[in-house]
Design a protein around this ligand. Structure first.
Ligand code: ADP
Ligand code: MG
Length: 701
């Protein structure tokens, strides 16, 4: 990275000795000048604006008030011990409360003196109070740089505060550091990009993110630094993609042959949707180019990904290559095998399955048939990527439910052939666009955004506890029509015991409402032995039970087309994507399906939005966008471990526009200058070369 001065360790900041350096590293993970300067404020207090006590409202944010402490006293004892001060201005009286550092407060907060108190007021029993306000003597000059209007507020920790590094202390350090390094900081984006997007230059951005003189300066600094942050993530992702394309050849699938044609004409029982056709075409274009394909196919549950995968595999076969398809669990692998063999026969292609449970004898035969090329398509679990499994000529790998496969496992697949196979990743968990661009930014993305015609959309209702009898009545009605019903209970680690009690109570009530022998109830939860689980599931699959009571174990992989009702208990406690996945268990047959969300009467604002969203739409992409707005990117399924989401300033929920700008810019750069040879891009090449430990452009050409 450019700006070597920013690599200097924090010990060299003025005022930072070994003790402070140690906590900065341990508590905040700040090791270098660069880290310190990107410890951005999380909030700013408008120092130009003072509130009066009679202007406060329960939703006031952090504010400042000028007043006088008119008396203070210690109340409570032990852990409830606190100091409460009455704080008065010309419009009213409020309270200031301290639970900690009581000695300091006792000695330093003086009755009769005027202060500026900062903090977030809350309303309690008709009186406003601020807990742990920041106190400054009135007319005292602000710390750090002069003329502050927007005062930065920094995250700190108890331990840092012991080293007098509270927000103010950190502010002082950063002010000093900026004085020290700013003259030497250099621009790290090419000038033409700065011009094109009218970005603030690097020096000014660093100064103004910490000490803006007004809101406009702050906005500009934020935009510049967010752009930079997202730009460099995209640069790296797209650079990796570019490298792969320059370095790795892919099998060329240049003909559509007998297998694809026959499949399309004789076997395929339906007309492909336009979305399916489009994606097949995208795959076809990729694989024609003799460049390794890395494509992600996103499609909601039921959008018909299997047919797309199968056509791609047949395309590989037509060109003399084998294909394989990998699923994260045995159940899913078996299901894929069943759906694929339902669509084709042995006389078109030879399909086999390999999982951890495949017997040794069978396995030996399989290995042989794979090596001599008898098997065209192999379906299975992780067992596929064991080193023992050798293909004669593997050309395409389909991976289902990508987020459960690590990068290392993907890499293992590449080594399965002299020419690395094309990779097609399928995911049924729709993720928001911004996340896809970041998480899968080095893949090409196809989207199946259309369900096969004639599907009846699942009807979703939200019922409160008081309407439970109505829900039972509805279940009876559907069961009388021959349908089956799922009832799902939350089982969450933190409240596991209580949840199990709820589950038991629920089952008791159900057996009363749905007595034997008229009704059979299957029960499946995570605590049961595997064999019991299998048995209960099988009962339901075979239609021997009408009701399946389960905890979330059924989320993935169960396919019972005759089940047409999904009841979700305590639905307000589930996340949106989980609700959507659960709902996807029904609506798989010809019948109208229903999802009933049961909840208590008290709902949080967010819980309410989640349930309303579920009732309003079946569209997984729309749901994922709302999920992102509600929860932020860190919590979206499958994204937790990803380092690319380690963003300091940019927010994938709100910064879509900047992200799109950054990504498009990088795409344009690589289109115009694939190896970054132009002088104006030298700065980017240097950046990447420093990041790379292994391969770089220089080593390829
Ligand atoms: P998913 O995307 O969830 O993997 P599947 O591939 O399992 O979806 O397809 C769901 C169901 O829809 C299957 O029964 C499949 O045969 C059927 N299907 C797929 N594509 C079409 C289509 N174009 N028209 C009608 N039915 C289709
Ligand atoms: Mg599927």
């Amino acid at each position: 990275m450019s700006n070597p001065i920013l690599d200097t360790p924090v010990e060299f900041i003025k005022g930072v000795g070994p003790g402070r350096a140690d906590v900065l590293k341990k508590d905040l993970g700040l090791f270098t000048f660069r880290d310190m300067l990107s410890h951005y404020p999380f909030r700013y207090i408008d120092r130009t604006k003072y509130f009066k006590i009679n202007q406060l409202s329960p939703d006031s944010s952090y504010i400042q008030i000028i007043g006088r402490v008119i008396h203070k006293k210690v109340i409570g004892d032990k852990r409830a011990k606190r100091i409460v001060a009455a704080f008065k201005d010309e419009t009213g009286i409020m309270e200031l409360v301290w639970f900690q550092s009581l000695k300091w407060v006792d000695e330093n907060i003086i009755v009769g003196t005027a202060y500026v108190a900062f903090g977030k007021p809350t309303l309690f029993n008709g009186t406003f109070s601020i807990s742990h306000p920041e106190m400054e003597l009135y007319q005292h000059k602000p710390a750090g740089r002069g003329n502050l209007t927007l005062q930065p507020v920094y995250h700190s920790t108890e331990k840092l505060k012991k080293f007098t590094l509270d927000s103010k202390g950190i502010q002082r350090l950063i002010a000093g550091l900026l004085d020290q390094v700013i003259p030497q900081v250099q621009e790290n984006l090419p000038a033409y990009i700065i011009d094109k997007y009218q970005l603030t230059d690097k020096k000014r951005a660093l100064l103004n993110i910490h000490f803006p003189k007004n809101q406009q300066e702050l906005n500009d600094a934020e935009r510049r630094l967010k752009f930079e942050e997202l730009f460099f993530v995209q640069l790296q992702l797209l650079h990796n993609k570019q490298l792969r394309q320059l370095k790795f050849k892919g099998a060329r699938f240049d003909k559509v042959g007998e297998k694809v044609n026959r499949f399309y004409k004789e076997f395929l029982p339906f007309e492909l949707t336009n979305a399916q056709k489009r994606v097949v075409k995208e795959i076809r274009l990729d694989t024609q180019r003799a460049v390794q394909m890395n494509r992600l196919v996103q499609g909601d549950v039921g959008s018909g990904k299997t047919a797309v995968a199968l056509m791609s595999m047949l395309l590989a076969n037509d060109n003399g290559y084998q294909a394989c398809m990998m699923a994260p669990t045995e159940i899913l692998a078996r299901q894929h095998y069943a759906s694929v063999t339902e669509l084709v026969t042995d006389d078109l292609v030879k399909v086999a399955i390999l999982t951890g449970n495949t017997r040794k004898k069978e396995r030996t035969i399989l290995h042989e048939q794979l090596e001599n090329g008898e098997i065209d398509i192999l379906i299975g679990t992780h067992a596929l990527i064991e080193d023992k499994v050798k293909f004669s000529n593997l050309g395409l790998v389909v991976i289902d439910e990508q987020h459960r496969f690590g990068v290392e496992q993907r890499a293992k697949l590449w080594r399965k052939n002299v020419i690395p196979p094309h990779i097609l990743v399928m995911t049924a968990t729709p993720i928001p666009r911004t996340l896809a661009m970041t998480l899968y930014g080095d893949l090409d993305v196809s989207i199946i955004d259309e369900l096969p015609a004639g599907r009846k959309p699942i009807e979703t209702r939200h019922l409160f506890e008081g309407q439970r009898l109505r829900m039972f009545g509805f279940m009876k009605q559907e069961i009388a029509k021959g349908r089956q019903v799922y009832i799902v209970y939350p089982l969450i680690k933190e409240s596991e015991k209580l949840d199990l009690l709820h589950l038991e109570a629920g089952i008791e009530q159900l057996s009363y409402q749905f007595p034997r022998p008229d009704y059979q109830i299957s029960i499946v939860h995570g605590q049961m032995p595997n064999a019991d689980k299998q048995f209960e599931m099988q009962q339901f699959i075979e239609g021997k039970s009408q009701i399946m009571v389960a905890t979330t174990v059924i989320e993935v992989g169960v396919n019972v087309p005759n089940a047409s009702v999904m009841v979700i208990e305590n639905a307000e406690r589930f996340g949106l994507s989980q609700l959507h996945q659960l709902r996807g268990r029904v609506g798989r047959g010809a019948e109208q399906s229903f999802c009933i969300l049961m909840s208590g009467n008290k709902l949080s604002k967010e819980g309410k939005v989640r349930l309303e969203t579920m009732v309003r739409t079946n569209n997984g992409f729309e749901i994922s966008e709302i999920d992102l707005q509600l929860r932020g990117p860190g919590d979206i399924t499958g994204t937790q471990q990803s380092g690319v989401l380690d963003l300091k300033l940019a927010d994938l929920a709100t910064d879509q526009v900047i992200l799109a700008e950054a990504r498009n810019t990088v795409i344009e750069i690589f289109e115009a200058d694939p190896k970054l040879e132009k002088p104006e891009n030298a700065i980017l090449k240097t950046h990447l070369n420093k990041l790379e430990k292994g391969i770089s452009f220089d080593k390829i050409s």
